[in-house]
Write a protein that binds this ligand. Structure first.
Ligand code: MSP
Length: 535
């Protein structure tokens, strides 16, 4: 283990409250949770933040449609996002809402800092605005009269404060060059660089200054300027991005802020969808440079899920609701799961199946297609038949007929364990690197090798032949591999992994015990089904 001094600060985007939680929200949040759980397992100080983005025209309009005040509306919908953190078994340390006082205080402090340092000026904004994206677009960015994202645009002409984004072009490019891992994956990094360079797909020459206040509606944080002729509210993206600081009590320069943002050991990582990368990788660093504050260490942009190959959208009515999917998986058990013990936690098992599928099916960073048949196929093939079966047959034989022995001098076993150790060590590197799918692939390969080893060494025959010592060597070898598998899977499927560790009677093990061997005479618990099959 290296760099134990790093303080990881892992953030999801904060979600707009105009919508109900969908698969996109679940996806980013679980990704953060996997990384946070892994960092904790490795002994790092870790903080995981998520929350809701509650200001702006989009939210104001949604509230009006329901005849609610914006605040009432936000209180109502934010609860659904909070409930999602519980449903998905997320370990977030905080949940920020941009209507909270702690946030407003930080945003005002941040604005004043930008102003003091001369990066804000008053002028008039004239151009296109897409309420759905809460984003401004240049004329030459429009495609068939719509935003490049397909959102409708409206023409705006209003007095506005501007941020001198154009002043940061060189500084940003230099920063990307000096920090090649700042934006990942690499293809996305290249897109950002070409945007900042004013590459020909944007045809803008240089970066344009950014409008950072609005006057045509009022649901937002007021610009702290009593002299302005009109009442301005702060542009919702500037407001929203500051959440990463306000949740650390930046306004009060708290110890949390020092530890997870300002210190040299602080390691803030923002995990976002590809659609909001520009805000995080261009505007946010420029704001921070202007305020003379440290920048985050990494921005990772993941891909999008489609539904049967189609873009997911409310208008197409094909939105995937994580709750519905989780309930659907629960209904796919043959109920009660055969061999499942009393007190079997179906709810947590199902959530883990869902988590597993999302991060196994597609490489994080690529787009993927959500499909129930694929989910069933993967869970049954990889979790139930591969890992579950391995766990069940190995531990049952040890519990009933054998014991954990010292395997250090057992040649065939050492070879298998060496192979598993390599796969699992590499899985750990990959998951740390947000290559979840590749990491999980290694774990599955490890389980497959163990199943093959069992077939080849057939401990059930050794038992019949009375070769108990050999049988114990074979079984203990696999039990040691199961320990590695359970541990390294823990961030992805926490409940299933803890259930395996319970059977192995290993409590509170950490990543540095990954490759230690079970000691001779170690007792295990009576095996029970952990991975019920989906019909
Ligand atoms: N409020 C802003 C973020 C502000 S962060 C300072 C926002 N909110 S959002 O509710 O629209 O959505 C957020 C996240 O969901 C984004 O990361 C987006 O990429 C993700 N997804 C939305 N639809 C998605 C899919 N179909 N698939 C995967 N992720 C998707 O943007």
């Amino acid at each position: 283990m290296k760099n134990l001094s790093k303080n990881f600060y892992i953030t999801s985007p904060i979600y707009y409250v105009n919508d109900s939680p969908h698969i996109g929200h679940a996806y980013t949040s679980i990704a953060c949770d996997i990384l946070a759980r892994l960092k904790r397992l490795q002994g790092f100080d870790t903080r995981f933040l998520t929350g809701t983005d509650e200001h702006g025209q989009k939210v104001q309009r949604s509230a009006e449609k329901l005849n609610k005040t914006p605040q009432e509306f936000c209180d109502l919908i934010s609860k659904n996002f909070f409930a999602l953190t519980e449903l998905l078994n997320l370990t977030n340390d905080d949940f920020i809402r941009t209507t909270e006082a702690r946030h407003q205080k930080s945003v005002v402090k941040f604005w004043k800092k930008l102003e003091e340092r001369g990066f804000i000026y008053l002028s008039v904004y004239e151009g296109w605005y897409a309420v759905r994206d809460e984003a401004f677009y240049a004329q030459d960015e429009l495609i068939d009269g719509k935003a490049p994202t397909g959102a409708d645009v409206e023409w705006h002409k209003e007095e506005s404060y501007f941020f001198k984004l154009s002043a940061f072009q060189d500084q940003l490019l230099k920063f990307y060059e000096q920090n090649p891992d700042f934006i990942e994956p690499e293809s996305r990094r290249n897109e950002v660089i070409s945007f900042v360079r004013g590459g020909k797909e944007y045809q803008q020459g240089a970066l344009q200054d950014l409008s950072i206040s609005r006057t045509s509606f009022n649901w937002g944080i007021k610009v702290p300027d009593e002299n302005a002729k009109t009442k301005h509210v702060i542009y919702v993206w500037l407001d929203a991005l500051v959440n990463y600081l306000s949740a650390l009590d930046y306004a009060d320069d708290a110890a949390l802020y020092q530890k997870f943002w300002a210190d040299e050991n602080a390691f803030p990582i923002h995990i976002v969808g590809k659609d909001i990368l520009r805000f995080h990788a261009v505007y946010w660093p420029a704001f921070l440079m202007a305020a003379d504050l440290p920048l985050p260490k990494k921005i990772f942009a993941h891909g999008w899920w489609t539904n049967q190959g189609q873009k997911i959208s409310k208008s197409l009515g094909n939105v995937i609701d994580p709750k519905t999917e989780i309930n659907w998986i629960a209904e796919s058990f043959t109920w009660p799961p055969s061999g499942a013990p009393q007190g079997f936690n179906a709810a947590k098992t199902v959530v883990d199946y869902f988590r597993y599928f999302l991060f196994r099916e597609v490489a994080f960073g690529s787009d993927g297609n959500y499909s129930r048949p694929n989910l069933v196929q993967r869970i049954n093939a990889e979790l139930v038949n591969n890992i579950g079966n391995l766990c069940q047959r190995t531990l049952s034989m040890i519990f009933k007929n054998g014991e954990i022995v010292d395997v250090s001098g057992y040649q065939a076993g050492s070879e298998l364990l060496k192979k598993c150790e390599e796969l699992i060590a590499d899985a750990l590197i990959k998951i740390n690197d947000l290559q979840f799918e590749a990491g999980i692939q290694n774990i599955i390969s490890c389980a497959s090798s163990c199943n093959l080893f069992l077939e080849q060494n057939a401990p059930w025959n050794l038992k019949k032949l009375g070769k108990v010592t050999e049988m114990n060597l074979v079984l203990t070898t696999v039990a040691n591999a199961l320990k590695m598998i359970a541990l390294v899977l823990q961030p992805v499927v926490p409940h299933l992994s803890l259930s395996m560790l319970d059977l192995l009677q290993l409590k509170e093990v950490r990543a540095d015990q990954l490759f230690t061997r079970l000691s001779a005479g170690h007792k295990i618990a009576e095996p029970k089904v952990i991975f019920p099959k989906l019909a």
